[in-house]
Design a protein around this ligand. Sequence first.
Ligand code: SME
Length: 157
Amino acid sequence: MAENLIIAKGDKAEKYALLYKQIVALVEGENDAIANMANIAAMIHQTFGFWWTGFYRVIGKELVLGPFQGPLACSRIAYGRGVCGTAWKEQTTQIVPDVELFPGHIACSSLSRSEIVVPVWDKQEIVAVLDIDSEHLATFDTTDQKWLEQIVVLLYK
Ligand code: SME
């Protein structure tokens, strides 16, 4: 895997397409999920300049903070709480265009305005979530969902 991330010029889909290829190359050479989470968070964060990009891991009845890029964040989130806990409970990606309108949203940072949370599966079980926060409203759409869901599949193959 090249040491340097290459960021495509062009729209979001073009950026994700190149990012995805580089993540495939990364995980081919490394099978430790935490190491891969760390580099995947860094690569997504650097490509798009989001406010916060990281993983929470399922440990018992809670989500526990994992590798991330961005400011300090909450360490633990209970099942069903916030956007992250909801993605875990509902077993589906959550796209939140305005976090203030999401009941029970956990404000780790008052600067976060919109969010996407994608469950990470290991076989039939959710073992983590990928959480991305933006300082802008309505940053995330089905293009993000499609690519991020494909990216997290690479973690536990
Ligand atoms: N906002 C998230 C909590 C995690 S931070 O944004 C990093 C939530 O409501 O689950």
